[in-house]
Ligand binder design. Structure first.
Ligand SMILES: Nc1nc2c(ncn2[C@@H]2O[C@H](COP(=O)(O)OP(=O)(O)OP(=O)(O)O)[C@@H](O)[C@H]2O)c(=O)[nH]1
Length: 473
Protein backbone atom coordinates (compact mmCIF):
# COMPACT_ATOMS: atom_id res chain seq x y z
CA UNK A 1 0.00 0.00 0.00
CA UNK A 2 1.46 3.34 -0.93
CA UNK A 3 1.16 6.23 1.47
CA UNK A 4 -1.50 7.96 -0.56
CA UNK A 5 -3.64 4.84 -0.21
CA UNK A 6 -3.03 4.77 3.52
CA UNK A 7 -4.14 8.40 3.73
CA UNK A 8 -7.16 7.60 1.58
CA UNK A 9 -8.18 4.68 3.81
CA UNK A 10 -7.89 6.75 6.97
CA UNK A 11 -9.90 9.64 5.49
CA UNK A 12 -12.55 7.18 4.29
CA UNK A 13 -12.81 5.66 7.76
CA UNK A 14 -13.29 9.14 9.23
CA UNK A 15 -15.81 10.01 6.56
CA UNK A 16 -17.81 6.85 7.20
CA UNK A 17 -17.90 7.64 10.87
CA UNK A 18 -19.15 11.17 10.26
CA UNK A 19 -21.87 9.79 8.01
CA UNK A 20 -23.20 7.76 10.94
CA UNK A 21 -26.29 9.31 12.51
CA UNK A 22 -24.88 9.09 15.99
CA UNK A 23 -21.26 8.77 16.91
CA UNK A 24 -21.36 6.16 19.63
CA UNK A 25 -18.93 3.54 20.89
CA UNK A 26 -19.65 1.30 17.91
CA UNK A 27 -19.06 4.02 15.29
CA UNK A 28 -15.80 4.97 17.01
CA UNK A 29 -14.65 1.33 17.21
CA UNK A 30 -15.51 0.70 13.55
CA UNK A 31 -13.53 3.77 12.58
CA UNK A 32 -10.53 2.79 14.71
CA UNK A 33 -10.58 -0.77 13.39
CA UNK A 34 -10.57 0.54 9.85
CA UNK A 35 -7.63 2.81 10.63
CA UNK A 36 -5.78 -0.02 12.38
CA UNK A 37 -6.20 -2.22 9.33
CA UNK A 38 -4.89 0.53 7.04
CA UNK A 39 -1.84 1.17 9.22
CA UNK A 40 -1.01 -2.53 9.48
CA UNK A 41 -1.32 -2.91 5.72
CA UNK A 42 1.09 -0.02 5.37
CA UNK A 43 3.57 -1.97 7.50
CA UNK A 44 3.39 0.00 10.70
CA UNK A 45 4.44 -2.23 13.56
CA UNK A 46 1.55 -3.98 15.34
CA UNK A 47 2.48 -2.75 18.82
CA UNK A 48 2.55 0.86 17.67
CA UNK A 49 -0.87 0.56 16.09
CA UNK A 50 -2.34 -1.10 19.18
CA UNK A 51 -0.91 1.60 21.47
CA UNK A 52 -2.31 4.27 19.23
CA UNK A 53 -5.75 2.71 19.29
CA UNK A 54 -5.71 2.50 23.09
CA UNK A 55 -4.55 6.08 23.45
CA UNK A 56 -7.30 7.40 21.21
CA UNK A 57 -9.91 5.49 23.17
CA UNK A 58 -8.53 6.99 26.38
CA UNK A 59 -8.59 10.53 24.98
CA UNK A 60 -11.98 10.33 23.32
CA UNK A 61 -14.40 9.54 26.07
CA UNK A 62 -17.70 9.70 24.24
CA UNK A 63 -19.77 9.70 27.44
CA UNK A 64 -17.99 12.77 28.73
CA UNK A 65 -18.48 14.74 25.58
CA UNK A 66 -21.44 17.02 26.06
CA UNK A 67 -24.00 17.16 23.31
CA UNK A 68 -23.10 19.84 20.82
CA UNK A 69 -19.44 18.95 20.86
CA UNK A 70 -18.22 18.10 17.40
CA UNK A 71 -17.24 14.51 18.17
CA UNK A 72 -15.98 13.81 14.70
CA UNK A 73 -13.60 16.75 14.92
CA UNK A 74 -12.36 15.70 18.35
CA UNK A 75 -11.72 12.15 17.12
CA UNK A 76 -9.98 13.43 14.01
CA UNK A 77 -7.80 15.70 16.13
CA UNK A 78 -6.94 12.77 18.43
CA UNK A 79 -5.93 10.64 15.43
CA UNK A 80 -3.88 13.51 14.04
CA UNK A 81 -2.09 13.97 17.38
CA UNK A 82 -1.43 10.25 17.83
CA UNK A 83 0.06 9.90 14.36
CA UNK A 84 2.24 12.96 15.01
CA UNK A 85 3.32 11.43 18.30
CA UNK A 86 4.32 8.21 16.52
CA UNK A 87 6.54 10.17 14.19
CA UNK A 88 7.92 12.58 16.72
CA UNK A 89 10.33 11.01 19.20
CA UNK A 90 10.06 14.13 21.34
CA UNK A 91 13.60 15.38 20.96
CA UNK A 92 15.12 17.00 17.89
CA UNK A 93 18.23 15.49 16.32
CA UNK A 94 21.60 17.19 16.31
CA UNK A 95 21.49 19.93 13.67
CA UNK A 96 24.79 20.91 12.07
CA UNK A 97 25.53 24.64 12.02
CA UNK A 98 26.75 26.45 8.94
CA UNK A 99 30.35 27.59 9.32
CA UNK A 100 31.12 25.17 12.17
CA UNK A 101 32.65 21.81 11.25
CA UNK A 102 30.35 18.82 11.73
CA UNK A 103 30.95 15.20 10.81
CA UNK A 104 27.89 13.23 9.69
CA UNK A 105 28.15 9.48 9.18
CA UNK A 106 25.70 7.58 6.98
CA UNK A 107 24.75 3.98 7.77
CA UNK A 108 22.26 1.55 6.23
CA UNK A 109 21.85 -1.70 4.38
CA UNK A 110 23.18 -2.17 0.86
CA UNK A 111 20.85 -0.77 -1.75
CA UNK A 112 18.98 1.41 0.74
CA UNK A 113 20.07 4.43 -1.27
CA UNK A 114 22.79 5.48 1.14
CA UNK A 115 25.39 6.66 -1.38
CA UNK A 116 22.81 8.54 -3.44
CA UNK A 117 21.43 10.11 -0.27
CA UNK A 118 24.88 11.25 0.91
CA UNK A 119 25.20 13.36 -2.22
CA UNK A 120 21.63 14.62 -2.00
CA UNK A 121 22.29 15.69 1.59
CA UNK A 122 25.54 17.41 0.60
CA UNK A 123 23.92 19.08 -2.41
CA UNK A 124 20.96 20.29 -0.33
CA UNK A 125 23.33 22.05 2.09
CA UNK A 126 25.62 23.31 -0.64
CA UNK A 127 22.67 25.12 -2.22
CA UNK A 128 22.12 26.83 1.11
CA UNK A 129 25.69 28.13 1.19
CA UNK A 130 27.42 25.37 3.14
CA UNK A 131 30.81 23.90 2.28
CA UNK A 132 30.15 20.13 2.29
CA UNK A 133 32.57 17.30 1.45
CA UNK A 134 32.12 13.57 0.88
CA UNK A 135 34.28 10.73 2.18
CA UNK A 136 33.82 7.22 0.76
CA UNK A 137 34.57 4.73 3.53
CA UNK A 138 32.83 1.91 1.64
CA UNK A 139 35.63 -0.47 0.72
CA UNK A 140 33.32 -3.47 0.57
CA UNK A 141 31.35 -2.84 -2.60
CA UNK A 142 33.40 -2.60 -5.78
CA UNK A 143 32.27 0.52 -7.57
CA UNK A 144 31.09 2.35 -4.46
CA UNK A 145 33.90 4.89 -4.71
CA UNK A 146 33.27 5.43 -8.42
CA UNK A 147 29.60 6.02 -7.75
CA UNK A 148 30.31 8.58 -5.04
CA UNK A 149 33.00 10.22 -7.19
CA UNK A 150 30.62 10.51 -10.12
CA UNK A 151 27.81 11.99 -8.02
CA UNK A 152 30.16 14.37 -6.20
CA UNK A 153 31.76 15.57 -9.42
CA UNK A 154 28.36 16.27 -10.95
CA UNK A 155 27.38 18.33 -7.92
CA UNK A 156 30.84 19.95 -7.68
CA UNK A 157 31.36 18.68 -4.15
CA UNK A 158 34.89 17.75 -2.98
CA UNK A 159 35.32 14.05 -2.25
CA UNK A 160 37.88 11.66 -0.79
CA UNK A 161 38.37 7.92 -1.25
CA UNK A 162 40.82 5.31 -2.45
CA UNK A 163 40.93 2.42 -4.93
CA UNK A 164 43.88 0.81 -3.14
CA UNK A 165 43.23 1.14 0.57
CA UNK A 166 41.01 -1.59 2.00
CA UNK A 167 40.73 -0.29 5.55
CA UNK A 168 37.58 1.83 5.83
CA UNK A 169 38.64 3.27 9.17
CA UNK A 170 41.89 4.60 7.73
CA UNK A 171 40.13 6.22 4.74
CA UNK A 172 37.46 7.75 6.95
CA UNK A 173 40.00 9.28 9.33
CA UNK A 174 42.18 10.61 6.50
CA UNK A 175 39.19 12.09 4.65
CA UNK A 176 37.76 13.77 7.72
CA UNK A 177 41.17 15.22 8.62
CA UNK A 178 41.76 16.55 5.14
CA UNK A 179 38.37 18.29 4.94
CA UNK A 180 38.73 19.72 8.43
CA UNK A 181 41.93 21.35 7.26
CA UNK A 182 40.12 22.66 4.20
CA UNK A 183 37.54 24.26 6.50
CA UNK A 184 34.58 22.28 5.19
CA UNK A 185 31.66 22.70 7.54
CA UNK A 186 29.80 19.48 6.68
CA UNK A 187 31.94 16.36 6.33
CA UNK A 188 29.84 13.41 5.22
CA UNK A 189 31.16 9.87 5.66
CA UNK A 190 29.55 7.12 3.56
CA UNK A 191 30.01 3.64 5.06
CA UNK A 192 29.49 0.20 3.52
CA UNK A 193 26.20 -1.54 3.36
CA UNK A 194 25.66 -5.30 3.31
CA UNK A 195 22.84 -7.48 2.09
CA UNK A 196 21.65 -8.10 5.57
CA UNK A 197 22.51 -7.20 9.11
CA UNK A 198 25.88 -8.92 9.57
CA UNK A 199 28.14 -8.85 12.57
CA UNK A 200 31.05 -7.71 10.39
CA UNK A 201 29.07 -4.72 9.08
CA UNK A 202 28.20 -3.57 12.55
CA UNK A 203 31.73 -4.01 13.83
CA UNK A 204 33.12 -1.99 10.92
CA UNK A 205 30.54 0.74 11.47
CA UNK A 206 31.39 0.90 15.15
CA UNK A 207 35.08 1.28 14.38
CA UNK A 208 34.52 4.04 11.80
CA UNK A 209 32.29 5.81 14.28
CA UNK A 210 34.84 5.51 17.08
CA UNK A 211 37.64 6.83 14.89
CA UNK A 212 35.79 9.76 13.28
CA UNK A 213 33.59 10.72 16.25
CA UNK A 214 30.64 11.88 14.15
CA UNK A 215 28.36 14.60 15.48
CA UNK A 216 25.45 12.79 13.89
CA UNK A 217 24.86 9.24 12.64
CA UNK A 218 22.19 9.11 9.96
CA UNK A 219 20.37 5.85 9.35
CA UNK A 220 19.19 5.51 5.74
CA UNK A 221 16.22 3.22 5.25
CA UNK A 222 14.46 2.08 2.10
CA UNK A 223 10.76 2.81 2.55
CA UNK A 224 9.76 -0.43 0.86
CA UNK A 225 11.26 -2.81 3.41
CA UNK A 226 7.96 -3.24 5.19
CA UNK A 227 7.62 -4.85 8.58
CA UNK A 228 11.37 -5.51 8.72
CA UNK A 229 11.87 -1.78 9.35
CA UNK A 230 11.57 -1.95 13.12
CA UNK A 231 14.09 -4.75 13.68
CA UNK A 232 16.51 -3.37 11.14
CA UNK A 233 16.47 0.12 12.60
CA UNK A 234 16.83 -1.26 16.11
CA UNK A 235 19.82 -3.41 15.13
CA UNK A 236 21.63 -0.35 13.76
CA UNK A 237 20.74 1.72 16.79
CA UNK A 238 22.24 -0.93 19.07
CA UNK A 239 25.61 -0.73 17.31
CA UNK A 240 26.02 2.97 16.64
CA UNK A 241 24.40 6.07 18.10
CA UNK A 242 21.84 6.66 15.34
CA UNK A 243 20.60 10.24 15.78
CA UNK A 244 18.25 10.68 12.83
CA UNK A 245 16.64 8.75 9.99
CA UNK A 246 16.31 9.40 6.25
CA UNK A 247 13.67 7.37 4.44
CA UNK A 248 14.36 6.83 0.74
CA UNK A 249 12.28 5.82 -2.29
CA UNK A 250 9.11 7.44 -1.04
CA UNK A 251 8.26 8.00 -4.69
CA UNK A 252 7.84 4.35 -5.60
CA UNK A 253 5.31 1.85 -4.39
CA UNK A 254 6.58 2.45 -0.92
CA UNK A 255 5.00 1.15 2.21
CA UNK A 256 5.78 4.33 4.03
CA UNK A 257 4.56 2.91 7.31
CA UNK A 258 8.08 1.61 7.89
CA UNK A 259 9.09 5.20 8.59
CA UNK A 260 6.88 5.22 11.65
CA UNK A 261 8.43 1.99 12.88
CA UNK A 262 11.97 3.29 12.33
CA UNK A 263 11.25 6.34 14.46
CA UNK A 264 9.92 4.14 17.21
CA UNK A 265 12.90 1.76 17.01
CA UNK A 266 15.61 4.41 16.99
CA UNK A 267 13.75 7.06 19.00
CA UNK A 268 15.15 9.42 16.39
CA UNK A 269 13.27 11.68 14.02
CA UNK A 270 13.00 11.29 10.26
CA UNK A 271 14.65 14.45 8.97
CA UNK A 272 14.57 14.01 5.18
CA UNK A 273 12.87 11.79 2.63
CA UNK A 274 14.15 10.73 -0.78
CA UNK A 275 11.58 11.08 -3.53
CA UNK A 276 13.49 10.01 -6.64
CA UNK A 277 16.83 9.12 -8.13
CA UNK A 278 17.83 12.69 -8.93
CA UNK A 279 19.97 14.90 -6.80
CA UNK A 280 17.21 17.35 -5.94
CA UNK A 281 14.53 14.76 -5.27
CA UNK A 282 15.04 15.18 -1.57
CA UNK A 283 12.71 16.87 0.91
CA UNK A 284 12.92 18.07 4.46
CA UNK A 285 10.58 15.98 6.54
CA UNK A 286 8.17 17.76 8.88
CA UNK A 287 5.80 15.71 10.98
CA UNK A 288 2.65 17.89 11.00
CA UNK A 289 2.42 18.62 7.28
CA UNK A 290 3.21 14.95 6.57
CA UNK A 291 0.39 13.69 8.77
CA UNK A 292 -1.94 16.36 7.34
CA UNK A 293 -1.25 15.03 3.88
CA UNK A 294 -1.65 11.48 5.11
CA UNK A 295 -5.11 12.32 6.40
CA UNK A 296 -5.98 14.00 3.13
CA UNK A 297 -5.93 17.46 4.66
CA UNK A 298 -3.38 18.98 2.31
CA UNK A 299 -0.20 20.78 3.14
CA UNK A 300 -0.70 24.45 2.56
CA UNK A 301 2.37 25.68 4.43
CA UNK A 302 4.58 23.23 2.54
CA UNK A 303 3.03 24.38 -0.70
CA UNK A 304 3.72 28.02 0.17
CA UNK A 305 7.32 27.17 1.03
CA UNK A 306 7.69 25.41 -2.31
CA UNK A 307 6.33 28.45 -4.09
CA UNK A 308 8.77 30.55 -2.10
CA UNK A 309 11.54 28.33 -3.46
CA UNK A 310 10.50 28.42 -7.10
CA UNK A 311 8.92 31.82 -7.70
CA UNK A 312 11.84 34.18 -8.35
CA UNK A 313 12.12 36.66 -5.47
CA UNK A 314 11.77 39.68 -7.71
CA UNK A 315 8.48 38.36 -9.10
CA UNK A 316 6.87 37.69 -5.74
CA UNK A 317 5.61 41.20 -4.80
CA UNK A 318 4.27 41.76 -8.30
CA UNK A 319 2.52 38.40 -8.35
CA UNK A 320 0.94 38.93 -4.95
CA UNK A 321 -0.16 42.46 -5.90
CA UNK A 322 -1.95 41.06 -8.96
CA UNK A 323 -3.56 38.26 -7.00
CA UNK A 324 -4.72 40.62 -4.27
CA UNK A 325 -6.41 42.76 -6.93
CA UNK A 326 -8.26 39.70 -8.19
CA UNK A 327 -6.27 39.63 -11.44
CA UNK A 328 -5.58 35.94 -11.87
CA UNK A 329 -4.85 35.64 -15.59
CA UNK A 330 -4.02 32.76 -17.85
CA UNK A 331 -0.51 34.20 -18.08
CA UNK A 332 -0.12 33.98 -14.30
CA UNK A 333 -1.31 30.38 -14.40
CA UNK A 334 1.09 29.67 -17.26
CA UNK A 335 4.06 31.28 -15.50
CA UNK A 336 3.28 29.59 -12.21
CA UNK A 337 2.94 26.23 -13.91
CA UNK A 338 6.30 26.88 -15.52
CA UNK A 339 7.72 27.59 -12.06
CA UNK A 340 6.02 24.55 -10.63
CA UNK A 341 7.59 22.42 -13.35
CA UNK A 342 10.92 23.36 -11.80
CA UNK A 343 9.73 21.83 -8.55
CA UNK A 344 10.58 18.33 -9.68
CA UNK A 345 8.15 15.65 -8.54
CA UNK A 346 5.24 18.06 -8.09
CA UNK A 347 6.05 19.39 -11.51
CA UNK A 348 5.59 15.91 -12.87
CA UNK A 349 2.13 15.84 -11.37
CA UNK A 350 1.24 19.13 -12.98
CA UNK A 351 2.61 18.11 -16.31
CA UNK A 352 0.08 15.29 -16.19
CA UNK A 353 -2.76 17.78 -16.15
CA UNK A 354 -4.81 17.10 -19.22
CA UNK A 355 -3.92 19.40 -22.03
CA UNK A 356 -1.12 21.20 -20.26
CA UNK A 357 1.78 21.95 -22.55
CA UNK A 358 3.67 24.94 -23.78
CA UNK A 359 2.21 24.89 -27.29
CA UNK A 360 -1.24 24.65 -25.89
CA UNK A 361 -1.14 27.85 -23.91
CA UNK A 362 -3.22 30.27 -25.94
CA UNK A 363 -0.80 33.03 -26.75
CA UNK A 364 -2.23 36.51 -27.08
CA UNK A 365 -5.02 35.81 -24.60
CA UNK A 366 -2.79 35.11 -21.66
CA UNK A 367 -3.31 38.46 -19.94
CA UNK A 368 -7.06 38.56 -20.00
CA UNK A 369 -9.05 37.82 -16.88
CA UNK A 370 -12.09 37.11 -19.00
CA UNK A 371 -12.16 33.47 -20.14
CA UNK A 372 -15.24 34.24 -22.23
CA UNK A 373 -12.88 35.77 -24.80
CA UNK A 374 -11.91 32.20 -25.52
CA UNK A 375 -14.73 31.44 -27.93
CA UNK A 376 -15.42 28.13 -29.71
CA UNK A 377 -13.57 28.92 -32.92
CA UNK A 378 -10.51 30.08 -30.98
CA UNK A 379 -10.58 26.94 -28.88
CA UNK A 380 -10.77 24.84 -32.05
CA UNK A 381 -7.85 26.70 -33.58
CA UNK A 382 -5.76 26.18 -30.45
CA UNK A 383 -6.60 22.49 -30.40
CA UNK A 384 -5.71 22.10 -34.08
CA UNK A 385 -2.51 24.14 -33.73
CA UNK A 386 -1.28 22.10 -30.80
CA UNK A 387 -2.42 18.70 -32.03
CA UNK A 388 -4.74 18.25 -29.03
CA UNK A 389 -8.37 17.38 -28.57
CA UNK A 390 -10.82 20.24 -28.12
CA UNK A 391 -11.71 18.56 -24.83
CA UNK A 392 -8.11 19.02 -23.62
CA UNK A 393 -8.24 22.77 -24.26
CA UNK A 394 -11.61 23.01 -22.55
CA UNK A 395 -10.31 21.13 -19.53
CA UNK A 396 -7.30 23.40 -19.29
CA UNK A 397 -9.63 26.43 -19.37
CA UNK A 398 -11.83 24.83 -16.73
CA UNK A 399 -8.78 24.41 -14.53
CA UNK A 400 -7.98 28.09 -15.06
CA UNK A 401 -11.53 29.08 -14.12
CA UNK A 402 -11.35 26.98 -10.98
CA UNK A 403 -8.11 28.60 -9.87
CA UNK A 404 -9.31 32.06 -10.88
CA UNK A 405 -12.40 31.54 -8.74
CA UNK A 406 -10.29 30.68 -5.72
CA UNK A 407 -8.04 33.67 -6.22
CA UNK A 408 -10.93 36.05 -6.80
CA UNK A 409 -12.11 35.14 -3.32
CA UNK A 410 -8.73 36.13 -2.01
CA UNK A 411 -9.19 39.67 -3.34
CA UNK A 412 -8.11 42.22 -0.75
CA UNK A 413 -5.72 39.87 1.00
CA UNK A 414 -3.03 41.88 2.79
CA UNK A 415 0.19 41.59 0.82
CA UNK A 416 3.20 40.43 2.80
CA UNK A 417 6.52 42.26 2.61
CA UNK A 418 9.01 41.26 -0.04
CA UNK A 419 10.24 37.70 0.43
CA UNK A 420 7.80 36.95 3.22
CA UNK A 421 5.69 34.36 1.48
CA UNK A 422 4.77 32.60 4.68
CA UNK A 423 3.25 35.85 5.92
CA UNK A 424 0.55 35.22 3.36
CA UNK A 425 -0.68 32.24 5.32
CA UNK A 426 -0.48 34.21 8.58
CA UNK A 427 -2.67 36.91 7.06
CA UNK A 428 -5.41 34.48 6.25
CA UNK A 429 -8.23 34.66 8.71
CA UNK A 430 -11.22 32.41 9.16
CA UNK A 431 -13.11 34.47 6.57
CA UNK A 432 -10.55 33.78 3.87
CA UNK A 433 -10.24 30.17 4.93
CA UNK A 434 -13.96 29.58 4.77
CA UNK A 435 -14.03 30.82 1.19
CA UNK A 436 -11.23 28.54 0.06
CA UNK A 437 -12.30 25.35 1.83
CA UNK A 438 -14.50 22.96 -0.09
CA UNK A 439 -18.09 23.33 1.23
CA UNK A 440 -18.28 19.71 2.41
CA UNK A 441 -15.07 20.12 4.40
CA UNK A 442 -16.34 23.34 5.96
CA UNK A 443 -19.52 21.53 6.91
CA UNK A 444 -17.56 18.72 8.53
CA UNK A 445 -15.61 21.22 10.62
CA UNK A 446 -18.87 22.68 11.86
CA UNK A 447 -19.29 25.73 9.63
CA UNK A 448 -17.84 29.15 10.28
CA UNK A 449 -18.17 28.81 14.06
CA UNK A 450 -16.38 25.46 14.04
CA UNK A 451 -13.64 26.85 11.85
CA UNK A 452 -13.04 29.82 14.14
CA UNK A 453 -12.93 27.53 17.16
CA UNK A 454 -10.56 25.16 15.47
CA UNK A 455 -8.25 28.00 14.47
CA UNK A 456 -8.20 29.18 18.07
CA UNK A 457 -7.43 25.66 19.27
CA UNK A 458 -4.68 25.20 16.76
CA UNK A 459 -3.01 28.31 18.10
CA UNK A 460 -2.32 30.03 14.83
CA UNK A 461 -3.76 30.24 11.38
CA UNK A 462 -0.43 29.07 9.97
CA UNK A 463 -0.89 25.65 11.59
CA UNK A 464 -4.41 25.71 10.36
CA UNK A 465 -3.29 26.35 6.83
CA UNK A 466 -0.87 23.47 7.22
CA UNK A 467 -3.79 21.23 8.01
CA UNK A 468 -6.45 22.29 5.64
CA UNK A 469 -4.72 23.76 2.63
CA UNK A 470 -5.30 22.59 -0.84
CA UNK A 471 -8.33 24.48 -2.12
CA UNK A 472 -11.44 22.96 -3.57
CA UNK A 473 -11.04 20.04 -5.86
N1 LIG B 1 13.26 5.96 -6.87
C1 LIG B 1 14.23 6.22 -6.01
N2 LIG B 1 15.41 5.59 -6.12
C2 LIG B 1 16.38 5.88 -5.25
C3 LIG B 1 16.19 6.82 -4.19
N3 LIG B 1 17.35 6.86 -3.48
C4 LIG B 1 18.20 6.02 -4.08
N4 LIG B 1 17.64 5.41 -5.14
C5 LIG B 1 18.19 4.38 -6.04
O1 LIG B 1 18.45 3.20 -5.29
C6 LIG B 1 19.53 2.50 -5.84
C7 LIG B 1 20.54 2.14 -4.74
O2 LIG B 1 21.11 3.33 -4.28
P1 LIG B 1 22.62 3.43 -3.75
O3 LIG B 1 22.84 4.82 -3.35
O4 LIG B 1 23.55 2.85 -4.74
O5 LIG B 1 22.54 2.44 -2.53
P2 LIG B 1 23.53 2.22 -1.31
O6 LIG B 1 22.66 2.01 -0.13
O7 LIG B 1 24.53 3.30 -1.22
O8 LIG B 1 24.24 0.90 -1.63
P3 LIG B 1 25.62 0.43 -0.97
O9 LIG B 1 26.62 1.51 -1.28
O10 LIG B 1 25.94 -0.84 -1.68
O11 LIG B 1 25.38 0.25 0.46
C8 LIG B 1 20.11 3.38 -6.92
O12 LIG B 1 19.65 2.92 -8.16
C9 LIG B 1 19.53 4.76 -6.62
O13 LIG B 1 19.39 5.55 -7.78
C10 LIG B 1 14.91 7.47 -4.06
O14 LIG B 1 14.63 8.27 -3.17
N5 LIG B 1 13.98 7.12 -5.00
Amino acid sequence: MVLAQLGGSISRALQQMSNATIIDEKALNDCLNEITRALLQADVQFKLVRDMQNNIKKIVNLDDLAAGHNKRRIIQQAIFNELCKMLDPGKPSFTPKKGKTSVVMFVGLQGSGKTTTCTKYAYYHQKKGWKPALVCADTFRAGAFDQLKQNATKAKIPFYGSYMESDPVKIAVEGVERFKQENCDLIIVDTSGRHKQEVALFEEMRQVSEATKPDLVLFVMDSSIGQAAFDQAQAFKQSVAVGAVIVTKMDGHAKGGGALSAVAATKSPVIFIGTGEHMDEFEVFDVKPFVSRLLGMGDWSGFMDKIHEVVPMDQQPELLQKLSEGNFTLRIMYEQFQNILKMGPIGQVFSMLPGFSQELMPKGQLDSTNPKLMNDSRIMRIARGSGRQVRDVMEMLEEYKRLAKIWSKMKGLKIPKKGEMSALSRNMNAQHMSKVLPPQMLKQIGGMGGLQNLMKQMGSSKDMMGMFGGGDK
